[in-house]
Write a protein that binds this ligand. Structure first.
Ligand code: GLN
Length: 553
């Protein structure tokens, strides 16, 4: 039977529960255990798919087409194993299920209540992952902060489960904050004490405390926290601010978080965690030999979390290239035909982000034009690919009014148009083309060489597609549809072969990049950025030499 580790959070949000949970999972996995992680989100939306990125950061997509919390992205990037719909559950989904059951008459006349019906459904979802002997350990992260009204049913469900399963089959790791007061030059434990007390009032006691802190926790302080929060002293774990999230597993290893969990779960420690490749990756990440500057053109750039998977994929790819990737966020709304060249020409590469709606769209098209004309490496993802097609239609094919019907339903040249099966859809939630689809790559194309394969699978999230009526014209003018869905004929990849690097993908490769499996397109894109930089430096040197020669003469 699987064992459970519940991860709760106290004092404040944004302490990095997802990273701690993923780091712990990584260590247990590296000791040979089969681990998965599940996240419960206490909001009423059925999934984050309809949420604005400003509300909730990026929406992550799994192979089976679930639109999920971005923490699932961390789980996949750390564990290198795919997650699914079952790994992310919201309060909305729980209630939807219970209400549907009630309408179906499943409760046989009973009054349907938070306790036991909602808590039972939460418990069922937690246990579901444990069925089928797929995993030894399931880490369940409770979103939100203990003490929030909406977290209460989850805390109660965990309390019941802990009682039902027994001490050795379910433990609670509570993540908390130990603030440092500069004026007093002191670390303060009171907020942690309060948060643990609040949990105890609800009948749940943490077994392990992971303490986020800016300053090291000295021994007496650990003892004090242990004493007042009723945990063993070695179960007070220090989690110092890290230079990179990828350093956290090794920090947790040093603090013996994995060992303490295994001891409490009465599981053998197994082998020392095998973290060789992880350490190699970290070394390359921390000690890069070069640096490139990549412009990220989007409309949510002021929010770090909005393009999380893209930023992480660039970090993985940077490490492979032993190159620091500095991402320069450029708001597409601020780009105009007058200023674009000046703002973009110093970049080593340009990435145009996914997105929805027309805000900032002309800025994206402008950026793509510069990338194409100035031979700056370009990578367009989803909307970025679609706008690359619009740009090409406008400025190469001469269709001045070309557009996507998403932005301009009446455009005379709809190079991007709504997919046929989307037209009848009226419900917004979970109805896009979602999840994994197969794509066939053209023999001899650059993309096939990058993937080292002719058949790939990638994840999608969109309603619009390339309009195949324009296929031949594009191909003849030099934009090649080099990736096609074999069943539907949808264009999934376009590239300009007579350009140092110009690739647009209808799918989202960023969702599949992991530490141990950096995505080949991102790796190649960063490499192209490096080459572009070297080329520019070479050109500049030639100009200088030419000038000094002329002076000598
Ligand atoms: N808005 C576009 C579509 O729905 C692109 C979506 C995206 O970038 N994820 O097709």
């Amino acid at each position: 039977m699987a064992k459970y580790i519940f991860v709760t959070g106290g004092v404040t949000s944004s302490l990095g529960k997802g990273i701690i949970a993923a780091s712990l999972a990584k260590l247990l996995q590296a000791r040979g255990y089969r681990v998965t992680i599940q996240k419960f989100d206490p909001y009423i939306n059925v999934d984050p798919g309809t949420l604005n990125p400003y509300e909730h950061g990026e929406c992550y997509v799994t192979d089976d087409g679930a639109e999920t919390d971005l923490d699932l992205g961390h789980y996949e990037r750390f564990l290198n194993t795919p997650t699914s719909q079952a790994n992310n559950v919201t309060t909305g989904r729980i209630y939807q299920y219970v209400i549907n059951q009630e309408r179906a008459g499943a409760y046989l006349g009973k009054t349907v209540q938070v306790i036991p019906h909602i808590t039972d459904e939460i418990k069922r979802r937690i246990m579901l992952l444990g069925e089928g002997n797929q995993y030894d350990i399931i880490i369940t992260e409770l979103g939100g902060t203990v003490g929030d009204i909406e977290s209460l049913p989850y805390v109660e469900a965990v309390r019941q489960l802990k009682w039902e399963l027994g001490e050795e089959d379910a433990i609670v790791v509570h993540l908390t904050l130990i603030p440092y007061l500069k004026a007093a030059k002191e670390l303060k434990t009171k907020p942690t004490q309060h948060s643990v007390k609040m949990m105890s009032e609800n009948g749940l006691n943490p077994d392990i405390l992971v303490c986020r802190t800016e300053e090291p926790l000295y021994k007496d302080l650990k003892r004090k926290i242990a004493q007042f929060c009723n945990v063993r002293q070695d179960a007070v774990i220090e989690a110092l601010d890290a230079d990179t999230i990828y350093g956290v597993p090794l920090e947790m290893l040093r603090e013996r978080l994995d060992i303490i969990c295994l001891q409490k779960l009465d599981l053998p420690l197994g082998d020392e965690p095998e973290m060789l490749r992880w350490k190699e990756f970290l070394n390359k990440l921390r000690y890069p030999k070069s640096k490139v500057v990549i412009g990220l053109i989007g409309k949510y750039v002021e929010l770090q979390d909005a393009y999380k998977s893209i930023l992480e994929a660039l970090i993985h790819a940077g490490a492979v290239n032993e190159c620091k990737v500095e991402v320069r966020n450029i708001h597409s709304e601020h780009l105009t035909p007058e200023n674009a060249l000046e703002k973009l020409q110093q970049l080593d590469a340009i990435l145009v982000a996914p997105g929805f709606g027309s805000r900032g769209i002309e800025g994206k098209i402008e950026a793509i034009k510069i990338a194409r004309e100035e031979n700056i490496p370009f990578f367009g993802i989803c909307l970025g690919m679609q706008m690359a097609c619009v740009e090409f239609a406008r400025h190469v094919l001469g269709h001045k009014n070309a557009h996507s019907t998403e932005m301009q339903p009446e455009t005379p040249q709809p190079v991007i148009a709504m997919m046929e099966e989307q037209k009848a859809i009226t419900q917004m939630g979970g109805t896009m083309r979602l999840g994994t689809y197969t794509c066939e790559l053209r023999e001899g194309s650059r993309i096939a060489a990058l993937y080292k394969s002719r058949r790939i699978t990638e994840r999608h999230r969109h309603r619009y597609e390339f309009n195949n009526a324009f296929l031949q014209a594009f191909e003849e003018a030099g934009m090649t549809p080099s990736g096609i869905n074999p069943e539907t004929g949808l264009v999934e990849i376009v590239e300009i072969e007579k350009h140092p690097f110009f690739i647009g993908t209808q799918f989202h490769p960023e969702y599949k990049s992991t530490v141990e499996n950096p995505h080949p397109l991102f790796v190649a894109f960063v490499k192209a950025a490096k080459e572009a930089q070297e080329q520019r430096a070479g050109n500049a040197r030639l100009v200088m030499e030419d000038r000094s020669l002329r002076v000598e003469r």
